[in-house]
Design a binder for this molecule. Structure first.
Ligand code: 13P
Ligand code: SF4
Length: 320
């Protein structure tokens, strides 16, 4: 079968890794990548991390250009933290079902229905939702941030209901939850997970808190992608069933060689445990983004200022 390549990709150099390294030097650019990116993108990145780690790197970088290999809300977060730097996203269509599940107009009405509540929003949301929030959190620091607030403080947690439920269970706090979710983490089948474990009785189940409660209750360990990675490195177990986007397995294999990682199965017979948004980015698109310096993330300055405050509050409150 013949594939037609765009003229730009056809003229891309043979060794994209070398070409990207040259562009990094020429542009004084840094490549930040999430663990859910394709292995070759992870291998060319200067920093690979979870949402909290990536936000911290974006806040601290001295580079002039940030190339964000992740999804739109992540690149937008980097722009919120760096309004004067150029932020590039290899594919502007790399969105997020969770961020999309929280439209600003509906959320404004929801917020108005709960006037005495503080709004904590998971970083997986648009700049417009961040601007309506008091504190941003990630899956690494959500529990710790809620624990730092006085018991009497009423809280709205948005947009992920599964992470919200997990935080409620960990902290013993009631929160009003926005009913959003991630299409990838809701795809895992409890039945298939239990069947898989029967075939691998020595394997530990490790899961991301964006999964549904009925899946999480089978997990031996629950954490952000960075926490899952650290867990498999330090555990004395050698086999793990990984209940999150399988892109993370590339780093697990690199950092815990010799151990076995089994991706948890989705309900349907599909590859829908892979995030279709994250996987829109390719090494070729990353190269082209650097070469042409687009697509670029732009933000209204007023919105950027409003969204920065809860981001800054999160960074100040992050002890992990
Ligand atoms: P973390 O990066 O916080 O582990 O979250 C995973 C995720 O779904 C990112 O989109
Ligand atoms: Fe969004 Fe889920 Fe993909 Fe993360 S894995 S980018 S939350 S759709």
């Amino acid at each position: 079968m013949f594939t037609t390549l765009s003229p730009a990709i056809e003229s891309a150099p043979y060794d994209l890794f070398e070409a990207i390294e040259t562009l990094k030097r020429d542009l004084n650019a840094v490549v930040l990548a999430h663990y859910y990116q394709d292995p070759d993108i992870q291998d060319v990145a200067d920093y690979i991390g979870d949402s909290l780690g990536l936000s911290r790197q974006a806040a601290a970088t001295s580079a002039d250009v940030i190339v964000f290999a992740g999804v739109h809300f992540m690149a937008e977060t980097a722009k919120i933290l760096n309004p004067d730097k150029q932020v590039l996203l290899p594919d502007l269509n790399a969105g997020c079902s969770l961020a999309d599940s929280c439209p600003p107009e509906s959320f404004a009405a929801f917020k108005a229905d709960h006037p005495d509540h503080l709004v904590i929003s998971y970083v997986n949301c648009t700049a417009a939702i961040k601007a309506m929030s008091d504190i941003i959190c990630t899956s690494s620091n959500a529990v710790s941030i809620v624990r730092q607030l006085p018991d009497s403080q009423k809280i709205i947690f948005a947009p992920d209901r599964n992470l919200g439920r997990y935080v409620m269970q960990q902290t013993g706090r009631e929160m009003v939850l926005w009913q959003g979710s991630c299409m990838v983490h809701e795809t895992f089948s409890e039945k298939k997970l239990v069947q898989l474990q029967m075939h691998h009785p020595d394997a530990e189940i490790i899961a991301h808190p964006e999964c549904e409660t009925m899946v999480l209750r089978h997990a031996n360990f629950i954490g952000s992608t960075t926490a899952l990675l650290k867990y498999v490195q330090h555990s004395d177990k050698s086999e793990f069933i990984v209940v999150t986007e399988p892109g993370i397995i590339h780093q697990m294999q690199k950092q815990a060689p010799g151990k076995v990682f089994i991706p948890a199965p989705p309900t349907a017979a599909c590859a829908c445990n892979e995030c279709p948004h994250m996987r829109l980015n390719t090494l070729e698109k990353l190269y082209l983004a650097m070469k042409t310096r687009q697509p670029e993330i732009t933000l209204d300055p007023t919105l950027q200022q409003q969204a920065l405050k809860p981001m800054q509050r999160m960074l100040d409150m992050s002890t992990v």
